[in-house]
Each structure stands twice: as C-alpha cells, then as structure tokens.
Design a protein around this ligand. Structure first.
Ligand code: NAD
Length: 485
C-alpha cells in the first residue's frame, strides 16, 4: 500500500488538494510505518465542501428527486463498495489495525446500511390530520440541509456509511470529516459515490484534523445538522458550537457497558463473549463489554476460566486475523497503560495483562482483566477504550442492576442467565440504549442503537435513525364548501 501519491479531499465531485499544502501521514498501527499520505483539509476546504452541499440543498437536487431514486443512488454506492470488498477490507484492516475478518464484516455492514436506508428512502411518510370540514392538514418530513458528519477511527467505514445513508435517503446533503488516524475508509466511500454517479456536492469527504477542519465544519453557518460519533470531551465541544446556531445533533458517544452474570449463567457462553465483546479491535469499540458484574458465588470459577481463555488469545497484526490486534496509536496505548496503573493504585486486582507488549513493533497492549474493581474507581466509572475488562462481584439482582447503572454512560448493557424471567426483569432495569441477553453485540443494522445519559442521544441504525434526519413541517389549508352544497 505504500505510495508517494497524496490522497486528496473529495469536494463537489472533484479531488482537491489542500490549499495549505499540508499533509497527514497515516500509520499502520501494527508496525508504525506510514502507509499513505492525505491532503490535510483546513477551513478553506470546509468552506468549499459546505458551499457545494448547500448548493445541492438550495437547488432541491435531492428533495425534488423521487425518493425511490435517492434510494437507488444508495444501492449503486453499495454495489460499488461490494464489488471492491476485498480491497476495501484490506485498507480498513491496515489503517485501523483490526483483524481482517472484522474489516470484512465492516464492509458487509457498510453495504447493508446503504441498502437498508436506500430501501427505506421511499417509505418515510407524513400524515394527514383530520380537522373538520373546512380544513385540510398534512405533515411533510423534510431534510435539514447540510449534514456535517464527524467520524471516529474505530469503525470508519461503517460509521461513515450509516450516517451518510440516512442523510441521503431523507434528502440531506453531506460533508464528512473523516478521522485523522484512519481517513482512508472515508476516501473509499467518496470513490464509491463518485463511481456511482451521485450529483456533485451531494457527498463531500474531508481528511483533516478535528481541532481545525472539524471545528470549522461544526461552526459553519450553513451547516444545519450534525452527526457526531466520538468521545464525550469532543462531543461537548460539538454541542457548544451547535448551541450557538441552534443546530440539531445526533450524539453517539462513549460507553462503560456492563454485563450482569447470574449464578445460573452458561459460563462458557460468558467466556466466549469476552474475546469478541472486550478484546476485538483491541477493545476500541464504543459498545464493548468493559465491565463484568458477577454473582459472588461463581466469581472464582469464572475468573479462572476467563484467565485461561484470555491468555490463550493469539496476538499479532490484523492481516493475520489475530484475536488481539494493535491499538490505533502510541498515544492511545499510553492512555490504557496509565489507566491500568491507576486501577492498581485504586485497589483492583490484576488477573492478567496490564502492560504494553513492547517486544512488538506496533502499538500492542496486553489483553487485561482486573478483578475486585471498586464501584467508585476510575476503571469502573470511565471509558478507557482499550483491551481492559473490569470484574466486580454482586450479592443479589438488585445490587447487580444498581452496579450496572452506576455510571454516567449508558450505551449498551447485558445479562447472562438461563432464567427467562430473570433475563427480562434485568433487561427492563438496565439503563442503556441497547441490551444484550446471553451474548454480546446481539444487535444489527436494523436494530436502533444509541445512548442514554452521557452516551448521547438520537438513534442510529434501524428505522428509528431516520427520525433524526428529518424535521416535521405542517401544512394547513382552509377550504370552502361549494356554494351549491
Ligand atoms: P474523538 O472525539 O477524539 O474524535 C472523533 C472525531 O471528532 C474525529 O474525527 C476527530 O477529528 C473529531 N474532532 C476532534 N476534535 C474536534 C473538534 N474540536 N471539532 C470537531 N470535530 C473534532 O474520538 P475518537 O478517539 O476518534 O473515538 C473514540 C470515541 O468514540 C470513544 O469515546 C468511543 O466510545 C466513541 N464512539 C462512539 C460510537 C457510538 O456509536 N456511540 C461509535 C464509535 C466510537
């Protein structure tokens, strides 16, 4: 993949270099080598991209199009991505460091989002409201205009596809600010939009830093809608900018998701959920399984099984499909190492891991499990976004639920039990946007996803997502009865 070619921004249907001439080097996290160089978008590129998207909106290019045809545009983008699946999965694997099989899944998921929302484009309807003989009244579900979409690096292909698909299906035009650590997937989507023949300016993709291009984008007066997926700290900045111009936002933030494990749980199922839920993508998943709340009577047995399973994970680069792949950057890894030291200083017991794997050239961090994690400790309360599992025990179901809900986040939560009543009782009380029973990531493209509390608001995925991309307008008509009646 090494190439001297500078990858440009996709603006108004053209590939444009940055006016500043600045560059961003993209690393392979498994060895730190530069794999690509992209043109760094700045305020000038933001200006051009928003102007193009705003022109598409003002000229009603998407609004006046039959919704079926908007859907067909998304189908075409999906077809292009699918036809290049292997190549795009490799790009995703190498720039994010994740396992190739997960990167392949991500391409399939991105394709599914495009087809799912493409299929819904002509099914979003308003309603007619009865108001007596002299009035006709109906609602129109209208787009906002330019939708600015800020994407994180952990799932750059599918997260770009899902927001973009909703926006186009509903007639918004889009400016994507791709993540500086993994901008190549956004470029692949731009290429697919170009090949699929989307009208120029409908989708614009910028490769720039958050503090410059991202900030200029969220502050731009012609941006009328923001989708932000990322950390709480940046989310707050986005909301401050949005509040100045009263711009509606969809906020997809972090999590500290817990699974409750009752004494009757199938412990092998719990142990098998951890490599995927906690350690896939080096634990860099917003809805990852980060806390395990375990009935005290089975905690020792479960911890022993977990230790064996976790220490048996294969470690290596994503392209070798290893279980534990590198973290995205040295900085991210340092943060995790620091979080492990803090956990120990706050009394947690290290079961396995806890250190960087510095004998390897990339940004590898050991798969880490802590037991006896206190509820007021940082590891219990704060997202670390790395391969670290915190285990805490409980004595009864009420305590389990209380512990699960005792953080500021609420993205996902889960319960393991063979008792259906217990599962339903618990699922009803776990305060999170998505609940998993007897597994992890038991959701899909068609199931609504998003946070409660500080994990955000608005929903992505599922039919509910479309509600966040339209605003209801109402039309009232006074009519007269014919004079002969
Ligand atoms: P981040 O907040 O650092 O960056 C996210 C994006 O925001 C990047 O594109 C970045 O360039 C941009 N950004 C940074 N500063 C900005 C600013 N001032 N103005 C505008 N944009 C700015 O997050 P990250 O480290 O890339 O991603 C990890 C976080 O994302 C974790 O907290 C994770 O839980 C969360 N996440 C949430 C979901 C979800 O669906 N809820 C999905 C994936 C990741």
């Amino acid at each position: 993949m090494a190439s001297a070619e500078v990858i440009k921004n996709y603006i108004d249907g053209k590939w444009r270099d940055s006016s500043s001439g600045r560059r961003i080097e993209v690393d392979d996290p498994s060895n730190g080598e530069t794999i690509a160089v992209v043109a760094e978008a700045g305020p000038e590129e933001v200006e051009l991209a928003v102007a193009a998207a705003n022109r598409v909106f003002r000229d009603r290019v998407l609004i006046d199009m039959h919704p079926y045809d908007r859907g067909r545009m998304l189908f075409r983008v999906a077809d292009v991505l699918e036809s290049r699946s292997d190549e795009i999965a490799t790009v995703n694997c190498i720039e994010t460091g994740k396992a190739l099989n997960f990167a392949r899944d991500e391409v399939r998921t991105a394709v599914r989002y495009l087809r799912y929302y493409g299929g819904l484009a002509d099914k979003l309807e308003g309603r007619s409201i009865p108001r007596g003989a002299n009035l006709i009244d109906y609602t129109v579900r209208s787009p906002f205009g330019v939708s600015a979409q800020i994407v994180p690096w952990n799932g750059p292909l599918e997260l770009t596809a899902r927001s973009l698909a909703c926006a186009i299906a509903t007639g918004n035009s889009v400016v994507v600010k791709s993540p500086e650590l993994a901008p190549l997937c956004g470029i692949e989507i731009a290429r697919a939009c170009e090949t699929a023949g989307l009208p120029h300016g409908t989708v614009n993709v910028l490769t720039g830093y958050g503090q410059t291009a991202g900030q200029a984008l969220i502050e731009h007066p012609d941006v009328r809608h923001i989708v932000f997926t990322g950390s709480l700290a940046t989310g707050r900045r986005v909301l401050r900018a949005a509040s100045e111009r009263i711009v509606p936002c969809i906020m997809e933030l972090g999590g500290k998701s817990a699974a409750v494990v009752y004494s009757d749980a199938d412990l092998d199922a719990v142990v098998e959920a951890v490599p995927i839920g906690t350690f896939s993508n080096a634990g860099q998943n917003c809805n990852g399984l980060t806390r395990l709340l375990v009935d005290r009577t089975i905690a020792d047995e479960l911890l022993q099984k977990l230790k064996v399973r976790v220490e048996g994970l294969s470690i290596g680069p994503g392209r070798e499909n290893c279980d534990l792949t590198p973290m995205i950057s040295q900085k991210q890894r340092q943060g995790i190492e620091q979080a492990c030291q803090t956990a120990i200083s706050q009394g947690a017991r290290l079961v396995t891991g806890g250190t960087t794997l510095s004998e390897r050239s990339g940004y590898f961090m050991a798969a880490t499990v802590f037991a006896d994690v206190a509820r007021d400790s940082s590891l219990f309360q704060k997202e670390v976004f790395g391969p670290v599992l915190a285990v805490t025990t409980f004595d009864d179901p009420a305590m389990a639920v209380e512990l699960a809900n005792d953080t500021d986040q609420g993205l996902a939560a889960g319960v393991f039990t063979q008792n259906l009543d217990q599962a339903l009782w618990t699922a009803d009380r776990l305060w999170a946007g998505q609940i998993y029973v007897n597994g992890w990531y038991v959701g899909g493209v068609e199931t609504p996803f998003g946070g409660v509390k500080q994990s955000g608001y608005g929903r992505e995925k599922g039919q509910e997502a479309l509600d966040g991309y339209v605003q209801t307008r109402n039309v009232g008509i006074r009519i007269s009865q014919p004079s002969s009646v």
